[in-house]
Ligand binder design. Structure first.
Ligand SMILES: O=C(O)c1cc(=O)[nH]c(=O)n1[C@@H]1O[C@H](COP(=O)(O)O)[C@@H](O)[C@H]1O
Length: 141
C-alpha cells in the first residue's frame, strides 16, 4: 500500500472471494469477534478515508455470494466483482448482493464472454450484452 501511494497507483485486496471455499477463511471469526472478510473491508475503508470520489484501494467481493448485508461493503473505493457468467451470478443479482455499494462495483466477466469466441463479432456482441445487462441492473431503481 505504501508503494501504491508513492507511485500514484492502487490495488485490490481479496476480501470476500467468489469461490465457495473462500468462506472457510473469509467468514472465520477473529478474536475481536469480526470476520476476516469484514476486517479486510474495514482496513480498506480506513485507507480510502477522505478520498473523493473514491480512493484507490479496492476490495474483491464475489457477485456469487448472495446476502452480504451483514458486511459494510462501502469501502470508499472500487469493488471488483467476479462471478458473473460461468460462476453462476447474473447482472440482475448485483443490486441485491451489493446494496448501496453497487454504484462502486466493477463487475468482471471472462468465460461468459470468451465462450462466444473465436468469432470477433460474437465476442463483441456478448460483451455488449453483459455490459447492457449490468448497466440496466445497477441503474434500475
Ligand atoms: O482473480 C481474482 O481475483 C478472482 C477473485 C475471485 O474472488 N473470484 C474470481 O473468479 N477471480 C478470478 O476472476 C476470473 C473470473 O473468471 P470468470 O468466472 O470466467 O468470469 C478468474 O480469473 C478468477 O480466477
Amino acid at each position: 500500500m505504501a508503494l501504491a501511494r508513492e507511485t500514484g497507483t492502487g490495488l485490490f485486496v481479496l476480501a470476500l472471494t467468489s469461490n465457495p471455499e473462500g468462506g472457510e477463511v473469509q467468514h472465520a471469526v477473529r478474536a475481536d469477534g469480526r470476520s476476516v472478510g469484514a476486517t479486510m473491508l474495514g482496513h480498506l475503508a480506513a485507507e480510502n478515508a477522505g478520498e473523493e470520489p473514491l480512493g484507490s484501494f479496492g476490495a474483491v467481493v464475489g457477485a456469487t455470494l448472495g446476502d452480504l448485508s451483514s458486511y459494510e461493503l462501502d469501502v470508499g473505493g472500487p469493488i471488483l466483482a467476479p462471478g458473473i457468467g460461468a460462476q453462476g451470478a447474473t447482472a440482475a443479482d448485483l443490486p441485491a448482493v451489493f446494496g448501496g455499494a453497487v454504484r462502486n462495483v466493477v463487475p468482471s466477466v471472462s468465460r461468459g464472454v470468451l465462450r462466444h469466441g473465436p468469432d470477433a463479432v460474437a465476442l463483441r456482441d456478448a460483451a455488449e450484452r453483459f455490459a447492457d445487462g449490468i448497466r440496466t441492473a445497477v441503474t434500475a431503481g
